[in-house]
Design a protein around this ligand. Structure first.
Ligand SMILES: *Cc1c(COP(=O)(O)O)cnc(C)c1O
Length: 405
């Protein structure tokens, strides 16, 4: 066996030498996971409230997920979209069951799901105006994050993401989140769609208010615009409902999803409501890897566990006391902790100043969590996290605040 110290040095050295330097990685090499726990190459265990950025919905190596992926890997992995296979058809049926009458397109990531939404908006604009290139504007939100492709990046009005890549895709304009008038003021004859995250993730865990979402729905109905929701981070049970817009009681025209859907296996999907589901037709969109048998098996396993283990009910029940104990941090550490936002297991704790030192201190006490924009510590437990694990996260957060005041 390779001594761990040597293996560790070697991994860091190999990154330094050979891996593209486009990420600021934590100085940690992870080698194994089980449930909400991960182990590094020195045998140290951590409570993982990163969940691979809201991806590992069932935690690490859930036995039902592992069995499903192993079984499918030995049966049929990939056939392309030149053929049918039963798991893709049945996964579409299940997603339509959650979203409503409509159709599903499968892809591989959040950015790719959002590209399909942007292309759908262009097709709608062409149908609406009767001419290509006349009606194409998409109204997005300030502080949004929709991914790193040219379309997604153009919908993401953040200097750190756009700088160096201009010119961007034309036609994106930006309203202020939760300010309906600012969105209404941007609508004109060239507008095709409104596109927002139901809860902004990377931007700092900023939820759309229910009245704002129903207001956007009304504007879209009045002006024949598509209401497109990016549920890539907040969907798939993370807020205690399958889609987070369900809390507001509205129905969008199309939804982008990815992250949690495969429980760690890459898969993205777009649902389009029945009214607009025929805008895509044979030849005008596609992707080689979209909805492979293996990816669909992984997603089925996620849905099985969400349903059979009543995970969303559990998220709703356990998040109330967890949020309450997090909000107590605002009371007990008023100079360090400014606010707690979010829903279910998508939580942002806004702190005073750069959260990086806090995150490093949490890591050394055994808790992994990512940051988000606007000085936010993001907490993304797996949806299967126990009440004890949730309580433990607050205990560690509290200990770190007490020693870093
Ligand atoms: C992560 C994320 C994306 C991009 O997804 P990728 O899989 O990284 O391409 C898009 N929108 C939101 C809201 C996200 O959180």
């Amino acid at each position: 066996m390779i001594p761990p110290a040597i293996a560790r040095t070697n991994t860091a050295d190999l990154y330094d030498a050979h891996v593209m330097k486009n990420y600021a990685r934590a100085p940690l090499t992870l080698v194994r996971g089980q449930g909400a726990q991960v182990w590094d190459d020195a045998g140290q265990v951590y409570l993982d409230f990163t969940s691979g950025i809201a991806v590992s919905a069932l935690g690490h190596c859930h036995p039902h997920w592992v069995a499903a992926v192993q079984r499918q890997a030995a049966q049929l992995v990939h056939v392309s979209n030149l053929f049918r296979h039963p798991l893709q058809a049945d996964l579409a049926r299940r997603l339509v069951g959650y979203a409503g009458p409509g159709r599903v397109f499968f892809c591989n990531s959040g950015a790719e799901a959002n590209e399909a939404l942007i292309k759908l908006a262009r097709l709608h604009g062409m149908e609406k105006s009767g001419e290509e290139g006349k009606c194409y504007k998409i109204i997005c939100a300030q502080n949004a994050f929709h991914g790193r492709t040219f379309g997604g990046m153009s919908a993401t009005p953040q200097e750190k993401i756009q700088k160096g890549f201009r010119p961007l895709v034309a036609g994106f304009v930006f309203g202020e989140l939760n300010n309906l008038d600012s969105f209404a003021a941007l609508i004109d004859d060239t507008t095709a769609a409104i596109f927002v995250e139901t809860i902004q993730g990377e931007g700092g865990i900023n939820p759309c208010q229910p009245e704002f979402l129903s207001g956007l729905r009304r504007l879209c109905d009045q002006h024949n615009l598509l209401l497109l929701l990016d549920e890539v981070q907040c969907g798939i049970g993370r807020t205690g409902r399958f889609f987070s817009y369900e809390h507001a009681g509205i129905t969008p025209d199309a939804i982008g999803m990815a992250k949690g859907l495969g429980g760690g296996f890459p898969i993205g999907a777009v649902w389009v409501g029945a009214r607009f589901a025929e805008l895509f037709h044979p030849g005008n969109h596609g992707t080689t890897f979209g909805g492979t048998p293996l990816a669909c098996a992984a997603a089925h396993a996620v849905l099985d566990v969400l349903e059979q283990e009543k995970i969303m009910e559990q998220v709703r029940a356990q998040s109330a006391p967890w949020h309450e104990s997090l909000r107590q941090l605002v009371v007990d550490f008023p100079r360090q902790v400014l606010a707690v936002r979010g829903q279910g297991y998508l939580v942002g704790v806004q702190v005073a100043g750069d959260p990086a030192p806090l995150l490093a201190a949490m890591r050394s006490r055994g808790l992994l969590a990512p940051s988000a924009g606007g000085n936010v510590v993001r907490l993304l437990p797996p949806l299967t996290a126990t009440a004890e694990e949730l309580a433990k996260s607050v205990e560690i957060f509290r200990a770190v605040l007490a020693t870093s005041g």
